[in-house]
Design a protein. Structure first.
Length: 357
């Protein structure tokens, strides 16, 4: 096991570096490489959210230079940001928008990444001060007391919230709360704190009514459990892992979304990333390594190291080649995006949590 983990750590560094392009972009998967299958969806796009985890994993793994280059890319290339201060669903490596849907967590995640990188020496953040201030201002401008004033899209890119329904995705709010507080730590501004406090109030009022963090809420609620709710515990630290809301959320995820220590996104998920010509096959989802490592980190912080190890080893023992894919299936037929930069990034972060790095 030790040799296998060390091998995956070396490969993870290579995969992350392969996804870091010369112009500073960090793509979700480098489909130009010969190891990338032609039978799965092309992920040669920049998702700021995925890149956040690559930046943090790069710090842990000793991959220098990628963070500031990526922040430069966001500042100088990301289409639409100058007008709104917001980051959208995904971008081509040259910075043009590949799909213009507002995902609030993208902007919140970038603010968190900026703080995380500059936290030990905030004065160095001045190189990217405009990126911090304009992004934080964008979140504040489009927040309307208890919801966003424009349509939002969730992190899985499958659902929408609408301003007339005053809806919010729990994960998205968590990322935005942490992002605004991160901006305030770099460049103090009471408005950032006030908006973050409003967001937190809305999130907790609605969550405390049912005792856990559901997928989304508003005039109509989607009370189903979604594994992305783990993000409210880590990395965004919106709720302490020992808080009853966190404990019940973990319990419900394990009850409804975990099979043999494999963590699925949500019940009845069909997306598999497997293609036939130009069509998505959607023959049923597997479990997601990123979520396994996410749960591993949360369980470790919850004081359950043995359980954390089981989630960690589930991926290590189920990955039969040197790469960690987006999903792992219970058959040898379906194919998944592989390697996925986010999967390898989360492996690095979970390895650090367990003191394997």
């Amino acid at each position: 096991m030790k040799e296998r983990i060390q091998c995956l750590q070396r490969v993870s560094k290579d995969v992350i570096q392969d996804c870091c392009l010369e112009n500073g972009a960090i793509v979700a998967a480098n489909s130009t490489k010969p190891y990338y299958s032609k039978d799965v969806k092309n992920y040669f796009y920049v998702w700021p959210r995925d890149a956040l985890f690559a930046c943090i994993a790069g710090e842990v793994a000793g991959i220098g230079g990628i963070q500031e280059k990526f922040f430069d890319w966001l500042l100088m290339r990301a289409e639409g940001w100058e007008e709104t201060g917001l980051f959208y669903e995904k971008y081509y490596p040259n910075g043009l928008q590949a799909l213009k849907r507002f995902q609030p967590d993208q902007t919140g995640s970038i603010l968190y990444a900026l703080w995380h990188y500059y936290r030990d020496d905030p004065a160095k953040a001045d190189r990217h001060k405009d990126l911090v201030l304009h992004s934080a201002e964008g979140l504040c401008r489009f927040w309307d007391q208890d919801h966003f004033s424009i349509i939002t899209n969730d992190l899985w890119e499958e659902r929408m919230t609408f301003p007339d329904m005053k809806e919010n995705f729990s994960y998205s709010l968590g990322a935005c709360i942490r992002g605004l507080l991160s901006a305030d730590q770099l460049y103090p501004d009471q408005r950032y704190v006030d908006v973050a406090r409003e967001m937190r109030g809305v999130l907790f009022r609605n969550s405390e009514e049912r005792g856990y963090f559901c997928r989304s809420f508003g005039v109509l609620n989607d009370e189903r459990i979604d594994a992305s709710a783990l993000g409210l515990i880590w990395p965004f630290d919106i709720v302490d892992v020992k808080d009853p809301l966190a404990q019940e959320t973990i319990r419900l995820i394990e009850k409804g979304l975990v099979r043999d220590f494999g963590v699925h996104r949500y019940e009845q998920d069909e997306y598999d990333g497997w293609m036939y010509q130009t069509l998505h096959r959607n023959k049923g989802a597997g479990f997601w390594p990123i979520l396994n490592f996410w749960m591993c980190i949360v369980q470790s912080k919850n004081g359950n190291r043995d359980k954390a190890l089981q989630y960690y080893k589930k991926v290590v023992n189920s990955t039969y080649n040197e790469f960690i894919p987006e999903q792992i299936f219970d058959n040898d037929i379906q194919q998944s995006i592989s390697p996925l930069c986010w999967s390898h990034s989360m492996f690095i972060l979970a390895s650090r949590e367990l003191d394997f790095i």
